[in-house]
Design a protein around this ligand. Structure first.
Ligand SMILES: NC(=O)c1ccc[n+]([C@@H]2O[C@H](COP(=O)([O-])OP(=O)(O)OC[C@H]3O[C@@H](n4cnc5c(N)ncnc54)[C@H](O)[C@@H]3O)[C@@H](O)[C@H]2O)c1
Length: 330
């Protein structure tokens, strides 16, 4: 990244810092010489994993705290230059089975974090990890930021509210904030134990264990970002004043059907692997969004971001990582 030096000696707080994207971001910021504090609750069903910071543990400050604890957050946001706000409950099914926990983490806690910023750290810049899930079932493709927001699950509604609190605090209180609507993100350190973070995680686990994985339906189109690209976008959003008060789509270089993705994954694994196609379980079908891929023209124009890592290369890097470290993730 061209502006890497801008993060040297900056104080950076990452909520969800032991998770998939948060830990990859932390690794990059360590390289750039930032002073980093990670906040994570390590709730076992979520993506946090101590192994995610293996090798950088001496170069980050770690605070095992829940972002729902507003007193801790009020302390932690002080004197920070940047907040990358990534802590979240990510499972769509869990949000339907236990809607109040999703509400507390993805919505109420977000408001508390922003209140903490308003009171104790008004000069901080916040980058919020939002999601394409807030669009629901697309009316048209590719989906741009003008598309109606019409979530199909509780998680989508709470993430939408979380996102809009950030925009509101930017507009009303001048707490500079940018939201990025992430699409399916994958790469080293993702959760592969189950499908809570993404179906692709479970596919990878089963593939590497020599077991068959399931592809539900299979013709749905999706786009994917390798995690390094998502990290680039977060850093670009952090240093851009033009991005303040805005929500941007991230998106993949192209859309791919899930069946083609399964084939590609097996090909990248040297042709080794098998999957079974089946129809959706009914509880999944009710909250499925069908085809989705993003138009990311807005962020490409300013602050200037586009995905660089091709799917094949990203999948290869991901499999290589998990082949080496499988036992730490299952
Ligand atoms: N991975 C994706 O494809 C994707 C897509 C869209 C949006 N996002 C968003 O990006 C963010 C990061 O996602 P990820 O894929 O790295 O998931 P992740 O589960 O690996 O990371 C989230 C982290 O937040 C932590 N966390 C959860 N609740 C917490 C709480 N109450 N207090 C403190 N820490 C808590 C978890 O322990 C975990 O380490 C999330 O907000 C998610 O909604 C991710």
């Amino acid at each position: 990244m061209e502006n890497a030096t801008l993060f040297r000696d900056k104080s950076v707080l990452i909520t969800g810092g032991l998770g998939f994207i948060g830990s990859n971001l932390a690794r990059r910021l360590v390289e750039y010489g930032a002073r980093i504090t990670l906040v994570d609750s390590l709730i076992p069903e979520y993506g946090g994993n101590l192994f995610n910071i293996e090798g950088i543990e001496d170069r980050v400050r770690l605070n095992i705290t829940d972002v729902r604890d507003r007193y801790s957050m009020a302390y932690l946001v002080r004197d920070q230059d940047y907040l990358f706000n990534l802590a979240g409950q990510t499972s769509h099914m869990d949000s339907m089975d236990d809607p109040h926990t999703d509400l507390d983490i993805n919505c109420v806690a977000q408001l508390s974090i922003l209140e903490a910023c308003r009171k104790y750290s008004p000069t901080i810049k916040v980058v919020f990890a939002s999601t394409r899930q807030i669009y629901g079932k697309p009316d048209y493709l590719p989906v741009n930021e003008n598309h109606l927001l019409r979530p199909v699950d509780v998680n989508g509604i709470n993430k939408m509210a979380g996102e809009w609190y950030h925009i509101l605090y930017n507009n009303v209180y001048g707490i500079r904030a940018t939201a990025l609507r992430l699409t399916n993100t994958y790469g080293p350190r993702m959760r592969i134990r189950d499908a809570r973070q993404t179906f692709l995680g479970l596919w990878i686990r089963l593939l590497l264990e020599g077991r068959e994985f399931e592809v539900w339906e299979g013709q749905q189109l999706r786009d994917f970002n390798f995690v390094d690209d998502a990290v680039d976008a977060m850093l670009a959003a952090a240093i851009s004043d033009l991005a303040n008060g805005r929500a941007f789509n991230l998106g993949g270089e192209r859309a791919i059907s899930l069946r083609d993705l399964a084939e590609q994954l097996i090909e990248v694994n040297g042709g080794d692997g098998r999957y079974e196609g089946r129809s959706f379980p009914s509880n999944r079908e009710r909250i499925d969004i069908g085809d989705y891929y993003a138009d990311y023209k807005c962020i490409r124009e300013s602050p200037g971001w586009q995905p660089r890592v091709h799917l094949q290369e990203g999948l290869a890097l991901t499999l290589e990582f998990f082949r080496k470290h499988l036992k730490n993730y299952v």
